[in-house]
Design a protein around this ligand. Structure first.
Ligand SMILES: [Zn+2]
Length: 336
């Protein structure tokens, strides 16, 4: 178990929404349909408003900032889109924030910035710090198991991100190497390998250990001022996929796909990533993910130009040759 995870104050348990809302006066809820159906009835009193989060464009978010009634607390309940929308309102209004993630699919409840979808790319802005994060095992139990397992993607990304960071430093790019953060990349992966079977079995402890990884990673990104130990070409592949196809799939699953693709091209122990994916029981086959090989190929071919155009950190994607041999290797690596 991760020894002394740092980060936002976090409670683990069941039935956490009732006591929270009893203690609040005028609060608004940012949520999504499934998690709201699962726990909405636990709310004590009447929310001032309930907003369904579905759009992370800055225009939409600022429309909410301008038009919603003032409240004394914002509660986010749901996946990444709900967390990020709640963070934006909290930051723009400077109103206390409480976050109840419904899936460990993204680390959005433990990061400070909102991932805005802007002009065909992703842009991070804002500085949110919740009063508390409440991890309610009932919410996770109500979620489809495959989406819970998909939560390993944003920790598994350490595998390819650390490699990219080392590559970038060797090529003279900032930010510089940090021994502790780089060592923690490996610690998170070891922790992931241990918790993966617990997550596959649907055990609360698997969820808790995974969320503690996300919590510590979120803190470390803020402390370090960057996320190079956790975010690299696997994420850039994911963003390229979104730009090329005009659609997305669950973030953790898309990032894990990116880890498989990029670790293969990095020559960076793709078997390790695969064994963790396998132990977690997460979906990984392209047909399970509802992704076609053609989409993977087009995302990969576009990747070198995409990372330059978006000004993303230097990684194995820069100057990447994507020819017949590379495509064949990736296709083979995904076929298991
Ligand atoms: Zn991510």
């Amino acid at each position: 178990m991760l020894g002394d995870a740092k980060g936002f104050a976090t409670d683990y348990g069941r039935g956490l929404l009732g006591p929270l809302t009893e203690s609040l006066d005028r609060f608004g809820v940012v949520t999504q349909h499934e998690p709201w159906d699962a726990v909405g009835s636990q709310v004590a009193g009447q929310p001032t408003w309930v907003v369904m989060a579905d759009d992370l464009s800055p225009e939409h978010l600022d429309g909410l900032v301008d038009n919603l009634q003032p409240v004394s607390a914002v509660i986010g309940i749901g996946g990444g889109t709900a967390m990020d929308t709640a963070k934006w309102l909290h930051w723009r209004w400077q109103t206390p924030l409480y976050q109840l993630p419904s899936l460990p699919s993204v680390n959005a409840c433990f990061t400070r910035m909102t991932a805005l979808r802007d002009r065909g790319g992703v842009r991070y802005e804002g500085d949110a710090e919740p009063e508390r994060v409440l991890v309610d095992f009932d919410l996770f139990a109500a979620a489809p198991p495959e989406l819970v397992r998909g939560g390993i993607g944003d920790v598994l990304s350490c595998h390819t991100a650390r490699f990219d960071w080392e590559l970038a430093v060797a090529a003279g790019h900032d930010p510089g190497w940090d021994d502790e953060a780089a060592a923690m990349s490996l610690t998170y992966l070891d922790e992931l390998a241990e918790l993966a079977p617990q997550l596959a079995a649907g055990a609360d402890i698997g969820v808790q250990r995974l969320m503690e990884c996300h919590r510590d990673i979120g803190w470390r990104c803020h402390d370090l001022g960057h996320a190079r130990f956790e975010e690299g070409s696997e994420h850039f592949f994911a963003y390229s996929f979104e730009a090329v196809t005009g659609r997305t799939i669950m973030h953790g699953e898309l990032v894990a796909l990116g880890v498989q693709v990029m670790s293969t091209l990095q020559g960076n122990d793709p078997e390790r990533a695969r064994s963790i994916i396998e132990a977690s029981g997460m979906r990984h086959r392209l047909d399970e993910l509802d992704v076609t090989w053609d989409e993977v190929e087009r995302s990969l071919v576009a990747l070198p130009v995409f990372v330059e155009g978006q000004g993303l950190w230097y990684s194995a994607a820069n100057g990447l040759a994507v020819g017949e041999a590379e495509l064949t290797a990736v296709h083979r690596a995904l076929d298991w």
